[in-house]
Design a protein around this ligand. Sequence first.
Ligand SMILES: Nc1nc2c(c(=O)[nH]1)N[C@H]1C(S)=C(S)[C@@H](COP(=O)(O)O)O[C@H]1N2
Ligand SMILES: [Mo]
Length: 444
Amino acid sequence: MGKVRKAPENFVRPDEAGTVFAEARAGRRDFIRGAFAAAATAVAANAQAQQAAAGEGDPNILELPAHSKGLGQPVVTDGYGKPSKYEANVQRRQSPGLTQTKQASVSFAPLQSLFGIVTPSGLHFERHHQGWWDIDPSKHRLMINGLVKNPKVFTMDEIMRLPAVSRFHFIECGANTGMEWGNVAVPTVQYTHGMLSCSEFTGVPLITLLEMAGADLKKGKFILAEGADGSSMTRTIPVELITSGEVLVAYGQNGEMLRPEQGYPLRLVVPGVQGVSWVKYLRRIEVGDMPYAAKDEAIHYVDLMPDGQHRQYTSIQECKSVVTTPSGGQILLDQGFYNITGLAWSGRGKVKRVDVSVDGGRNWRTARLEGPVMSKCLTRFNLDWVWNGEECIIQSRAMDETGYVQPSYQQLRAVRGARSIYHNNAIQSWAVRANGEVANVQLA
Ligand SMILES: Nc1nc2c(c(=O)[nH]1)N[C@H]1C(S)=C(S)[C@@H](COP(=O)(O)O)O[C@H]1N2
Ligand SMILES: [Mo]
């Protein structure tokens, strides 16, 4: 079985990660080897295990470890669980490709270390336009006004006694993979695709609250959602998404209350739509008869097109996928069998198929989709692969239930130009070098 050495951020300290990548970009490979020293111990252990399998003495089998003999840790009676100390480097991190500021405003989920489709809440990516808050739920209010018969103000208690639903959905920042437009090859999948997370959200369909307020949904074609933080985050959402029952006023995430970073105690869940519309610290919904052209949709979150004009209100996250192993920064330590694995998603419904190429897009094989495949939710795919030790380029290409196929960079740039920031859903390429190193590349 082939072995994969983990990406650097899995075993260097967060404050070192930026340096490692800067050195790597400057071509100083020796520094990288140094940082990989910790992982080398694990490799040595593996070699020992192989010897043992061949009948030689492996102390990890022959010697009884302390944990099989003594008394274990007592139950922490007032505790909240934590991951193993051996997983301490699996963290959300700031991208080394971004300007480092005193107050970071974005962190990326470590996709290279995650399994299945659910993002652990403590590793959910973050994007704060004006910092995050831990708001007292007893003081939090949600107002519904505008084109409604009975304007209403809800307390959290009032919202939490209403009929609730729980649904799995992905959230992706519209700027995810944005640096690749400018060919800034950030080193790992955490930074190319990590403004992406997926959770089970629990809450009340927004339509329930609008009906309670007697919203006029004949005249009222749009709503404005407003957050309670200093960013004055306001976004227009078309009413069709709400009448379908999909948009949720959510308080729950993965079985517990939302985390403060994710908008505690209340956030909007707008399945399939870019992250910015998932307003956190949600405090007001206004029903109106036209789009609001708020700052975060009139001048920000617009797509610069090749003719110099900007496209507005392009909020659906189109079908996209990425291979998470093998991916940038990881190293294949020997030839042989590997499980290629990754994630696929579509803002328009279910993922229908994912094809994987190991020769830069000349030939494609269809990957296994791991169920359940849910609408507007991450889908995990896997494919068996035997690496023959030669250089190759690994890609994945997803198709959704509408028949839409994820584009190549050539196809994307033909329509969108090269100077955009948002909505890059192009096929990602990872080059495997003959020495096993995996790197982020773009095919012309
Ligand atoms: N109130 C408020 N809502 C917000 C934001 C914000 O800064 N304030 N950021 C938006 C952006 S740009 C994104 S991508 C998502 C990020 O959600 P997360 O931090 O839970 O990952 O929240 C959105 N909702
Ligand atoms: Mo965002």
